[in-house]
Design a protein around this ligand. Structure first.
Ligand code: NAD
Ligand code: ZN
Length: 357
């Protein structure tokens, strides 16, 4: 058996106010007077104090990101072209992604495409990226996805929603400043936070689990309990670390049934990752009985009401497409059931689960 040779983020800064050290990080990369940095920032921050704190210099490029839709390959290609036109043949010395999972993924993707020609869709898959990316920095402003820690950038392409998975995708630097996640709207805070909680439940109950992934997953899970079921003054710190550790856990294990079903919801119905996971997870009592029970306590505590009966108006063709997308997530189902998963994951099972949501 061959074990995974797992690349992690080599440098990270953690702590309140650490955003201000971004300037020091970029100074190390800036060597010549015309060296420039590209800031890709969630446009939610355009009218917020963070804008004034960006350490951008006159020669830099700041782009405000529209994350109404989750990142598409076409959007990433357009941004890459914008950066190339701005640089007139010269690449930036660093690309800084600031925001949630969407903005972090866009930051990773643009850094990769600046050195790998041909467009994002041609790199959706595993280890298709050939050249190292431009230096790239990730700064989360909402926590849960683990995108700050992972070796993927999830993109919706012309025919699939799939990440560009590679060692080159991993950030060179992350800055985790709990101050930045203050002020996230409650529902979104909950949905993105639950992505982390669900990563842990799926990893810890999966067949791929091992002591490495368990060590991170259990601690992340404990932090999620503290954040979502208790009241702590430092819950922003806790959620930030939970997200990072959840990401580390699944990097060495795998997610499961909830993510497999949620990918279908997202592809056919356009649900965003966090809320899609919540809708799917709420139907998975048979898979994760304890996890789902605790999840409902969390929903209650924070007065979150999930949409119900979301699949009732789907056409047969749409339902079939969702079933096809979900059953195509082979490693996820393998993690749930083991190598004989194909006998268990029937169209009838998936249809019945979708109809429960
Ligand atoms: P997001 O980045 O889509 O942001 C959700 C909303 O929160 C947006 O409206 C955004 O503007 C807003 N927001 C962000 N920071 C804010 C702040 N400080 N204050 C107020 N509003 C703020 O949400 P997400 O759940 O973090 O990310 C979802 C995306 O991440 C999906 O595209 C998913 O596929 C991807 N993802 C990637 C990985 C990975 O490993 N690369 C893992 C899981 C999910
Ligand atoms: Zn997830």
């Amino acid at each position: 058996m061959k074990h995974r040779n797992f690349k992690t983020v080599p440098r990270m800064i953690f702590g309140r106010g650490s955003f201000d050290q971004l300037d020091d990080v970029l100074t190390e990369e800036r060597q010549k007077p015309d060296d420039f940095v590209v800031f890709l920032v969630d446009e939610v921050h355009k009218d917020k104090p963070l804008k004034e704190r960006l350490p951008n210099q006159a020669q830099d490029l700041v782009i405000w990101l529209d994350v109404t839709d989750e990142p598409k390959t076409t959007y990433v290609d357009a941004l890459t072209e914008q950066v190339q036109a701005f640089g007139k043949g010269k690449n930036p010395v660093s690309v800084v992604g600031i925001g949630g999972g969407s903005s972090l993924d866009i930051g990773k993707a643009v850094a990769l495409l600046l050195t790998n020609p041909g467009g994002a869709a041609s790199y959706q898959g595993w280890d298709l990226i050939k050249n190292p990316a431009v230096h790239h920095v990730g700064i989360p402003t909402i926590s849960g996805t683990g995108a700050e820690a992972s070796r993927t950038t999830v993109l919706t392409g012309p025919d699939k929603k799939l990440g560009m998975n590679s060692d080159h995708t991993v950030f060179d630097q992350i800055i985790m400043d709990p101050d930045l996640i203050a002020g996230v709207p409650k529902d979104q805070w909950f949905y993105t936070g639950m992505d982390c909680y669900i990563h842990n439940v799926e990893a810890l109950n999966g067949t791929y689990i091992n002591e490495f992934a368990r060590a991170f997953g259990e601690k992340s899970s404990e932090l999620c309990h503290q954040v979502f079921l208790e009241d702590h003054p430092d819950s922003d710190e806790k959620l930030m670390m939970a997200s990072y550790m959840g990401g580390q856990s699944i990097a060495y294990s795998q997610v499961g049934a909830c993510h497999a079903l949620s990918y279908g919801l997202s592809y056919v119905m356009g649900y965003h990752h966090g809320i899609g996971n919540c809708i799917a997870f709420n139907a998975l009592d048979d898979f994760y009985p304890e996890g789902v029970k605790t999840f409902r306590k969390m929903l209650d505590k924070h007065n979150i009401t999930l949409p119900k009966n979301v699949c009732k108006d789907l056409t047969d063709a749409e339902m079939d497409k969702m079933i096809q997308v979900s059953s195509g997530m082979a490693p996820l189902w393998d993690n749930v059931y083991g190598p004989d998963w194909k006998e268990k994951v029937t169209p009838e099972l998936l249809r019945s689960l979708y109809l429960k949501m």
